[in-house]
Design a protein around this ligand. Sequence first.
Ligand code: C5P
Length: 229
Amino acid sequence: MPDKRPYIITIDGPGGSGKGSLAVQVARKLNFHLLDSGAIYRLAALNAMQNGIDLKQESKVTASLEKLDIRFEIGDELSIPYLNDVDVSEQIRLESSGEAASVIARYAGVRKHLLGLQQGFFQDPGLVADGRDMGTVVFQQAKFKFFLLASVEIRALRRYKQLIGMGLSANIDRLRSDISARDERDKNRAESPLIPAVDAIIIDSSLLDLEQVVDLVMSHINEVNELVE
Ligand code: C5P
């Protein structure tokens, strides 16, 4: 029986597990489109804050999405996120934006509104989508599902290096506690909690570098598919 599932590769996992960098590399190798769904939640939170909305006010946050004007442009390395025609790449990478995103990501109305928007990223020849619920909710029919893990310690260190590399300030203890708090919020929420899909391949990247994880993912894909390289 031919495999009729769409050419979608989902990569879910907690913040700082390396899924974003992994998704970029895999998309490049396959020449697929890319969806950074976390960026969409970050943009939605930033939009609400720019409209002076208290993120605790679920109905106001949800209503603010009616006028959400976002787009991504292909940059040299990564895609550049725009909110109301303004490049907000730096702003949305701040830890505070991740926190804000995880607050509004609990709201059912927000998730419902962003669902179709995310599904619209699927185009030929295929898509690599990273986030928390790509395999469990948004792209349940994906051909390949991966769930990336890494210890809190390693993730805090990676985030630290990433922020310093971007010329931003960072504090490792603060990052560690922020990451743990965000994990708890993402795992314990009622709507689309962070859990691996039943058919996901779980990879612990704590002791692996990016290249090793990319190789592992590509070997899984190659095993069942003659698509690549
Ligand atoms: O992946 P990233 O750190 O950019 O995600 C920011 C926040 O957005 C996450 O902590 C999570 O609460 C939310 N998110 C989500 N579902 C996704 C992607 C992100 O709830 N698919």
